[in-house]
Design a protein around this ligand. Structure first.
Ligand code: AMP
Length: 345
């Protein structure tokens, strides 16, 4: 199927899956809370108290092999949850698109590799291209989605089989996107051979984050250009994530964890050090994934909502993220380039 065909099926198929009882929808209310120029949306969903917090599985091997538990993202799929399949014609990679079985936001979908790949593995060119094509297809029908990927054991992911997620938002995009859009960037000199130079950080945020602005022409570009732009952006940001992690002497050993947020305009990568924040007042765990860094948090009770606001979202996101060393990394990189006899203006 094409991304446009998948997007067109969403509204009717969602209702059908919900009516059949195959998709559970948990109603919630949204509470706005502003910090450092971001209008965070905290979603209060009391029904989630009924859903047990399962321990995070190990991500390096298929679930059947590691825990004996079946992989919910392997066939056979629940028919009503399955929107269809997409094949990346260049690389041959196949994907299945499922509804999130436990939806807090209507029309939340998952792009899953048909063959098992690990959630600790980086995004590959076809993952990026197919996700971007789905975002574009949604925009063309007047809907705005953004995509996210929780990569690694400490990223807040709950399933070990590689899955990107797409979620609808209002016209303006997720709250963090407004800050990214407002950020003025000028690239000194000729940026192309120095990809790190094209990344920037949202410096008012109290945690490490690395962002690339995507060219506006991407909506009408060829497959090859889309592939090159998205892959270059991702690799340069991943390089910065790895360098940020290396600057932290206490970072746990193993593959780094990070969150990815992708809109039609920006790609954000946020390195992660911990999966959960322990709320100071209650001692309870709050799991944080990419959505938190997009500006969308989820709580299960009025009490938790008030505790989160009192503790401040900045402190929570900083606790499970890392300290920003973005400027230091870019400086180090430009010194290396000058040291190699290349000039950067
Ligand atoms: P994450 O927790 O970020 O790894 O995202 C995995 C998502 O998959 C969660 O939001 C779950 O609600 C959802 N999920 C779990 N089991 C299923 C299933 N059988 N079918 C579809 N979605 C599922």
């Amino acid at each position: 199927m094409t991304p446009a065909e998948i997007i067109a099926k969403i509204p009717e198929s969602f209702d059908k899956a919900q009516e059949a009882g195959d998709l559970l929808f948990f109603p919630s209310t949204i509470h706005k809370h502003s910090e450092f120029d971001v209008d965070f949306e905290i979603r209060l969903c009391p029904a989630l108290q009924q859903k047990p917090n399962l321990p995070t599985p190990h991500f390096n091997s298929a679930p059947q092999l590691s825990s004996g538990k079946p992989d919910p993202f392997a066939p056979p799929y629940i028919l009503n949850l399955c929107l269809g399949e997409i094949k990346d014609e260049e690389e041959g990679t196949e994907y299945v698109i499922l509804f999130n079985k436990y939806s807090v936001v209507r029309h939340h979908i998952l792009l899953i590799t048909k063959e098992y790949q690990s959630q600790t593995s980086p995004l590959l060119p076809p993952d990026l291209v197919q996700t971007y094509l789905l975002l574009l297809a949604a925009q063309r029908t007047g809907r705005r989605y953004f995509a996210f990927y929780n990569c690694g054991e400490l990223s807040g992911a709950s399933q070990p089989h590689k899955h990107l997620q797409l979620i609808p938002v209002d016209d303006d995009g997720p709250p963090i996107e407004r800050l990214a859009r407002k950020t003025k960037i000028d690239y000194p000199g000729e940026p192309y051979p120095f990809p790190r130079y094209r990344a920037f950080a949202l410096s008012s945020l109290p945690y490490a984050n690395h962002v690339r602005r995507l060219p506006t022409s991407l909506s009408s570009t060829s497959y090859d250009d889309l592939d090159r732009e998205l892959s270059n952006a991702f690799l340069s940001l991943l390089d910065l994530v790895v360098s940020t992690v290396r600057h932290d002497p206490d970072y746990p050993s193993g593959t780094p964890s990070y969150n990815v947020i992708l809109t039609l305009e920006h790609m954000h990568l946020i390195p992660r050090k911990k999966e959960n924040h322990i709320l100071e007042e209650t001692g309870e765990q709050l799991s944080v994934n990419s959505l938190g860094y997009a500006g969308l948090l989820l709580v299960k009770s009025e009490r938790e909502l008030e505790v989160v606001k009192r503790e401040s979202i900045g402190r929570i996101l900083r606790d499970v993220g890392l300290q920003s060393v973005h400027d230091l990394l870019v400086d180090e990189h430009s010194r290396d380039i000058v040291g190699e006899g290349l000039s950067v203006q």
